[in-house]
Design a protein around this ligand. Structure first.
Ligand SMILES: NC(=O)c1ccc[n+]([C@@H]2O[C@H](COP(=O)([O-])OP(=O)(O)OC[C@H]3O[C@@H](n4cnc5c(N)ncnc54)[C@H](O)[C@@H]3O)[C@@H](O)[C@H]2O)c1
Length: 354
């Protein structure tokens, strides 16, 4: 018997969830919900889903529905997740978990009270590159990992629309892009506890009205060049963990740099690594500095993320495995983001409270 799945918010990222559910033999796409009726009907027709709802409570009243993916704008994550958990559904909630740590705590508490799984869409944890580098970390290949850099910079890539509206997004590139790389580094560092941050954010370029975009630049559906931009266009921060490790993170929607850049670098006492686009490792061999490029099959590289994530969600629901992206990690991540935004506001270090 297949798990009956509902999707809340059938916009851009829902396509990845839908494809992955369709490819999972244990799931049935059962119902869609979206506040945009036109989009809802389009998606229903496209995927042959006939249970379509603009009212979430009506969808959640379907007793037979087992689980949902929450793929709404960020401001919808907490309300939709809490309602779904209270209706007895398991939830896979897209990143960022919520607008802030307070909402995230409430979601986690509800999941515990309702005895349902709340998994967070930290999709990079499901990457084959992540699994591979984790193997090396677990066998102490890098020694003590004490410093990391995570960079996610776009030259001209504010998606506009709701992404640029702080009331619906909670912030700009930090909460949208930074969340992926901060989480991945924290995961690779073994879930270290963040203790303090020093952060800065900048609102200098906005959406650069009148400046041409690259043809492939991602734009939110319905975004126009005149949408107000109420989020930062650059964030930079140092995050200190309880084991002494430090992560430097930079995330930008718009920045006067040569080319878009996304990478994660890990530095240890015995070796280092760079993820994105290919995994590279650096060490010393017989007294020489050496670069290690694995000739691993392409099947192991950076792809299949969402399929791995959805398959894992179903494995967790069925009790076959422990969740590798639980709500508690979402809460910690939201604490880090809150602290960076707070630090940027007050101009000095912020200690993270537990
Ligand atoms: N994991 C990733 O790599 C990744 C990539 C892109 C987006 N995302 C996340 O996915 C979420 C959606 O982003 P997107 O790019 O698909 O946006 P989108 O605007 O394309 O789609 C969001 C959809 O949700 C609907 N919606 C908004 N609020 C709703 C509510 N309360 N109830 C029901 N429907 C609602 C909108 O009408 C829209 O159709 C965001 O949280 C974003 O951060 C994750």
């Amino acid at each position: 018997m297949a798990y009956k799945i509902g999707i809340i918010g059938v916009g851009n990222i829902s396509l990845e969830h839908i494809q992955a559910y369709l490819a999972n033999p244990e799931t049935e796409l059962y119902a869609f919900c979206d506040i945009n009726k036109e989009r809802l009907n389009y998606m229903g027709k496209k995927y042959g889903v006939t249970r379509l709802y603009t009212n979430l409570d009506e969808m959640l009243a379907l007793d037979e529905l087992d689980a949902v993916s929450v793929c709404t704008w960020n401001n919808g994550h907490a309300p939709a997740t809490i309602a779904a958990l209270k209706a007895g559904k398991h939830v896979l909630c897209e990143k960022p978990m919520a607008l802030n740590a307070k909402e995230a705590e409430e979601m986690k508490k509800t999941a515990e009270e309702c005895g349902k799984l709340l998994m967070i869409g930290f999709v990079r944890r499901h990457g084959n590159d992540c699994k591979l580098v984790k193997q090396f970390i677990d066998t102490d290949y890098f020694g003590e990992l004490y410093y990391a850099k995570a960079t996610y910079l776009r030259r001209h890539g504010n998606p506009g629309g709701w992404f640029a509206d702080v009331t619906r997004s909670g912030g700009g590139p930090l909460i949208d892009l930074g969340v992926h790389v901060i989480d991945l580094v924290r995961y690779l560092l073994g879930g270290s506890k963040p203790v303090s941050v020093y952060g800065a954010t900048f609102r200098k370029l906005g959406d650069r009205p009148g400046v041409a975009r690259n043809p492939g630049a991602y734009r939110s559906a319905g975004a126009t060049d005149n949408d107000p931009v109420t989020v930062e266009d650059l964030a930079s921060a140092m995050i200190r963990f309880d084991n002494g490790a430090v992560l430097h993170i930079e995330a930008a929607f718009d920045l006067n740099l040569k080319k878009d850049e996304g990478k994660i670098e890990l530095f240890g006492t015995k070796g280092g690594a760079k993820l994105d686009p290919e995994l590279e490792m650096y060490t010393t061999v017989n007294g020489y500095m050496a670069d290690v490029n694995l000739t691993y099959p392409t099947a192991l590289s950076f792809n299949g993320l969402f399929q791995n994530e959805i398959n894992h969600f179903i494995d967790c629901i069925s009790g076959r495995t422990e969740c590798i992206a639980p709500a508690e990690d979402g809460v910690v991540l939201m604490k880090i983001l809150d602290a960076i935004y707070r630090s940027a506001e007050i101009g000095h270090e912020v200690v993270i409270e537990y």
